[in-house]
Design a protein around this ligand. Sequence first.
Ligand SMILES: [Zn+2]
Length: 165
Amino acid sequence: MDDATDDTNDGAPATITPEHDALLLDVMLGRLATYLRVCGYDALYALDEGIEHDDAVRERAVADGRRLITRDRDLAAATPGSVLLTARDVVDQLRELRAAGVELTPTERPTRCGTCNGQLESAEDDGFRPEYAPETGLVWRCVDCGQYFWKGSHWDDLTEAIERL
Ligand SMILES: [Zn+2]
């Protein structure tokens, strides 16, 4: 526990961090999920899980102990601890999250699969490097879907957008 970052006496919103909060992103928020994974969040996207209806989304958030992020006012009201967004643009949504107390700091290295939210592990011991990966630099592999990741231009674009907020 870090009391220095959790000062509840000044009226500021509670701090939401990758260490303490798993997230569930409602439908239409798939791009936002990618940005949150760059920040180290366990950020599940509802459509990736095959859940779409409000009741199913709410039940999954409660069952998993995940904080729901949604643009649906009724669903937010019915789901304890949820964060309601109003913006359509992903950068504006990130600003809304930050204003709601969601810590947004890109991690030093990729930790979550941008495709399926699985955890990444070093692929250095594989002895295999996909031919489409750069010739140098670290490579990681998703333990769930097997996709390879490295800090390429896509990673740079995502982290720069977050740092510019
Ligand atoms: Zn994956």
